[in-house]
Write a protein that binds this ligand. Structure first.
Ligand code: CNA
Length: 311
């Protein structure tokens, strides 16, 4: 589908305009990306020098998207398992920006948080599942590529940390139960027969499936909830859009601003300005600091362990 590029609304220009919009709005859509978790030490993808993609290039991987490509994963999961520890979250912490989204929820203003993040820290921050769309899935669960058996994501964290491919315990158990009794080794007629006989048997030995975190890889479908909620509920009722900490380069999330009614104000909060989408106001800086300042101007108190007392 093709959407017209939205035009900037002339009446919104300053941070005080945004603070006023926050106070007045009732149904806020928040679209988030990796930038809201970088203050916790989880690298984003595309920031120069510090992003995960830069690190991959330093390690000699020049097409970093391949690490998250589903066909590549099925061919050779060891690439993902060798590198994914670099973006594994510490699931015990969330950032002040997560706390800001929670504050919107507590004030009854959060319509939906569309997160592209896979760290599942929205759950840690207490965002209600009914208000959260994890557009690209998350590390919260993992599934077998063969039998679809699903486990808690944390079960495969030790493998990711150890850079070892995790295989499916259910597949392994089924294979062990179905295993034929060990064959007696055939006596080779000639020395050169031994190899060929044994190899042909090895090739047919069934193996357990590989576990993959339930994050959406390139080449996989987004969850249906994304499209359903956007079209059926949010596009009709949202009255303010905040886009925070994302380069907005990955479709279809990048298309949301053009898809929504064009009279709805759109605000962008991130380190770098964006040009391919017309936002009404761009607030540039560390998002934790920007949302704190917005709260201050709106007369709201944002509490978080990383914000000093009395600040
Ligand atoms: P991206 O393309 O790396 O963009 C991140 C954006 O955030 C950039 O524009 C940065 O300038 C900006 N940014 C970084 N740190 C801050 C900060 N402290 N304050 C303000 N702005 C900041 O990442 P996107 O999220 O746009 O790309 C979508 C990908 C990234 C999704 O598929 C995710 O799964 C994937 N990702 C997620 C995580 C995570 O879950 N924490 C980590 C790394 C990548």
């Amino acid at each position: 589908r093709f959407y017209h590029k939205r035009q900037k609304l002339p009446q919104y220009n300053t941070i005080d305009d945004v603070a006023r919009l926050l106070q007045q709005s009732k149904n806020v859509m928040v679209i988030t990306g990796a930038g809201i978790s970088t203050s916790l030490g989880i690298p984003d993808f595309r920031s120069k020098n510090t992003g995960f993609y830069s690190k991959l290039i330093d390690a000699g991987i020049y097409e970093p998207e391949e690490v998250f490509d589903i066909e590549r994963f099925d061919e050779d999961p060891s690439i993902f398992y060798r590198l994914a520890h670099g973006i594994l979250p510490d699931e015990t912490r969330h950032s002040p920006t997560h706390a800001f989204i929670r504050l919107l929820q507590d004030k009854g203003k959060l319509q939906t948080n569309y997160t592209q993040n896979i760290d599942n820290l929205e759950e840690r921050a207490g965002i209600e599942p009914a208000r959260l769309i994890q557009c690209h899935g998350s590390f919260a669960t993992a599934s077998c590529r063969k039998c679809k058996h699903q486990v808690k994501g944390t079960e495969i964290f030790p493998y990711i940390r150890a850079q070892q491919v995790a295989t499916c315990k259910q597949c392994s158990a089924a294979l062990a139960a179905a295993a034929p009794p060990p064959k007696k080794k055939k006596k080779a007629k000639h020395n050169f027969d031994t190899d060929s006989d044994e190899n042909s048997d090895d090739d047919n030995i069934p193996t357990a499936g590989v576990m993959k975190p339930d994050i959406t890889f390139f080449g996989e479908q987004l969850p249906n909830t994304f499209f359903d909620r956007l079209a059926e509920t949010d596009a009709k009722s949202v009255d303010l859009v905040l886009v925070i900490g994302t380069s907005l380069k990955v479709a279809p999330v990048s298309e949301i601003p053009n898809y929504l009614p064009h009279h709805v104000p759109h605000v962008y909060i991130s380190r770098e300005p964006i040009e391919h989408v017309n936002f009404d106001v761009q607030l540039l800086g560390q998002c934790d600091e920007v949302v704190w300042e917005l709260c201050r101007r709106a007369g709201w108190e944002l509490r978080h362990e990383m914000i000093p007392e009395g600040f």
